[in-house]
Write a protein that binds this ligand. Structure first.
Ligand SMILES: [Zn+2]
Length: 407
């Protein structure tokens, strides 16, 4: 499994100059190659190969020796970015033909490039520094050692001029050993951030709400400044810095929450998310973006294996309308609306909290898809017959609290 480790970096003044220069050159190269590939496609109607790109690259380097300032493999990565852009363009065209409502924009010229990638070699980690070939030895905050095999190294500048080094690593697949704990389903909602099939609720962090006023003020400041002025640039930077600050807090809290979840349960079923569709409903757009379930789910997936937890995504269709006991599905005027907080089944008489009900439905759907495990004692508990782990506020930190709800 591929995963990434990200660290804050502090390039020196000289290194900054080199980095900015190399990113400028990367942008130039990107646009040059894009132009060539467009022409090539127009004349030959052939798809572009990586080989063809590398031939051009050699040519370009001969004509414009300044590109030799960049490490050769980092240069090749620029051409890979173009073939990736084409690949995703063709994939989106195909999806569009199949009826998906998306736009398939042709790869476009770049105004700037904000990262450099060393795909295999050319970098070396020392204790608090990473040596990047043709750039220098850059200081970074090495807060966590990497044990797995490092595949690539990237250095990236954010919009507010902060620098980050990211190492992508290949994690070894270890045999799965279940932690034997309770199995749950996770219902993601707007009133509560999530409701577990055992009735526990995770409160909506609404982190953005706390900061939205300040963020909006910073945004207004931008529009009050003259376009193109230094003051406007400064205001843009302040705004970017603040939004990055907020997303860091959010990411951090999602890391903590996902950690708690995968260590408290042996099995987590969740809805397969289609956030993009949901965000079309504008009224909720901000709180959905803020809740960022997608990130939570992907963090949980990543942490699950080594914590002895299995995560399964299920089709969320009608999960709110289905009875968790008799599987009757409400139709027509019977259907629950957004404001109905209770589920009452007219078929079998079950009455329970709406989110908890759909949490159980999701759990059952997940268990149907689950791979049978040989280890752990957590086989098919009827829910409720084991001691529930009570998650503490302190465990979850910024993300609000998980509170137990008696049934
Ligand atoms: Zn029922």
């Amino acid at each position: 499994m591929k995963t990434a480790h990200k660290y804050r970096a502090y390039p020196s003044k000289e290194e900054l100059e080199i980095l900015n220069r190399q990113m400028f050159l990367s942008k130039e190269l990107y646009n040059l190659l894009l132009e060539k590939s467009k022409e090539y496609y127009k004349n030959t109607k052939k798809t572009l190969t990586q080989y063809r790109m590398n031939v051009w690259l050699t040519q370009i380097k001969k004509e414009s020796p300044e590109f030799n300032e960049i490490y050769s493999q980092a240069l090749q990565n620029v051409s890979k970015r173009i073939s990736d852009a084409y690949k995703s363009f063709f994939r989106r065209c195909k999806e569009k033909k199949l009826g998906k409502k998306i736009q398939a924009g042709f790869p476009r010229h770049k105004k700037f490039v904000s990262s450099l990638t060393y795909p295999q070699s050319g970098f070396k980690i020392e204790r608090k520094r990473v040596e990047l070939s043709k750039i220098g030895r850059i200081n970074f905050v090495n807060h966590r050692d990497i044990e797995d095999k490092i595949k690539t190294c990237s250095i990236k500048k954010t919009k507010s001029d902060e620098w980050y080094i990211t190492f992508s690593v290949e994690k070894e697949d270890k045999p799965f050993v279940s932690n034997g704990k309770e199995k749950i389903g996770l219902d993601l909602g707007l009133t509560d951030y999530a409701t577990l099939s055992n009735g526990q609720k995770i409160e909506n962090p609404r982190i953005l709400n706390k900061h939205i006023k300040r963020l909006k003020r910073k945004q207004r400041k931008i529009s009050s400044k003259v376009k193109g002025s230094q003051n406007r640039k400064k205001a843009v930077k302040r705004f970017a810095r603040y939004s990055e600050h907020i997303s860091r807090i959010r990411e951090d809290s999602l890391h903590k929450l996902s950690y708690v979840l995968v260590h408290s349960y042996s099995f987590i079923a969740h809805e397969n998310l289609q956030i993009q569709n949901m965000q079309k409903n504008h009224r909720y757009a901000r709180s959905i973006g803020d809740a960022s379930w997608g990130t939570l789910i992907s963090f949980a997936h990543y942490k699950a294996g080594s914590a002895g937890c299995e995560t399964v995504g299920v089709n969320p269709r009608d999960s709110t309308q289905e009875c968790s006991r008799c599987h009757n599905i409400k139709k027509g005027s019977e259907k629950l609306t957004l404001t109905d907080r209770l589920y009452h089944c007219n078929n079998c008489g079950l009455t329970m909290g709406r989110d908890e009900n759909s949490g159980i439905v999701i759990k059952k759907r997940g268990l149907d898809k689950s791979i049978p495990t040989t280890s752990g004692q957590g086989e098919s508990h009827a829910f409720g017959d084991i001691v529930r782990p009570q998650l503490q506020e302190a465990d979850v930190g910024e993300l609000g609290t998980i509170r137990g709800v008696s049934r």
